[in-house]
Design a protein around this ligand. Sequence first.
Ligand code: AP5
Length: 226
Amino acid sequence: MSEVTVTPAVLILLGPPGAGKGTQARMLEQSAGLVQLSTGDLLRAAVAAGTEAGQQAKAVMEAGGLVSDGIVLAILKDRMAAPDTAQGVILDGFPRTAPQAKALDALLAASGQRVTAVISMEVEDAPMIARVAGRFTCATCGEGYHDEYTHPRLGGFCYNWCGTAFNRRADDTAETAGARLAAYHAQTAPLIAYYEGRGVLHRVDAMQGIDMVAGAMSDIVNRVSG
Ligand code: AP5
């Protein structure tokens, strides 16, 4: 009997800062059994570890610009080589430039893969600045909170009773969020047409509530992997 080979899914989430890429990627990890791969998280880990790449990336990230393609691709390739990615990945925040998209195509082609689907998370600009400028996370468990929408328990405790220590990303200020949004429109938004031309683009109204967005995303994932 011949063996059936299942090609792992490569799903890309495209969207400006605050569109909900990380939120939805984490939900899809649970529901679709794919591994979230966030270049933002990988870069922040490199900054925290003080690696050479992290030192170069730090100032660019804090100013809201895009880190050089060379640094991002090296980090991404390294992560893609880990065994857990064999079950399929959700790329959150990558690619962000045309050279990154082409490099991804080449990387996947080398192992007989290609991009399965790209979901463009469509939002209005102004609310995204409020979304990112108000967010913070528990320093212990990473649970997300927001100054306006989602508060910790009375007394400032994390809902998981971790304590009262929280982190805010250095780039989550209204000013830097504006620069990140501008970088998205100038360098990343053109990828929507790139992937539309290749017949893999899907659009989701990401101004809806988190669960509505999750439902629309799951429908797409089920359709492309069915
Ligand atoms: P990265 O970490 O990727 O940040 P980003 O793209 O700016 O996206 P965010 O993490 O801010 O937002 P998100 O879309 O994930 O939204 P979230 O789910 O958190 O990149 C950071 C930096 O690293 C870049 O600026 C760049 O310098 C560098 N970098 C990274 N990748 C790179 C690359 N490939 N090339 C070059 N440089 C790179 O949600 C935000 C908030 O909104 C949360 O509070 C959430 O609870 C809330 N929320 C989410 N969805 C909804 C909803 N539907 N309704 C209401 N609230 C919602």
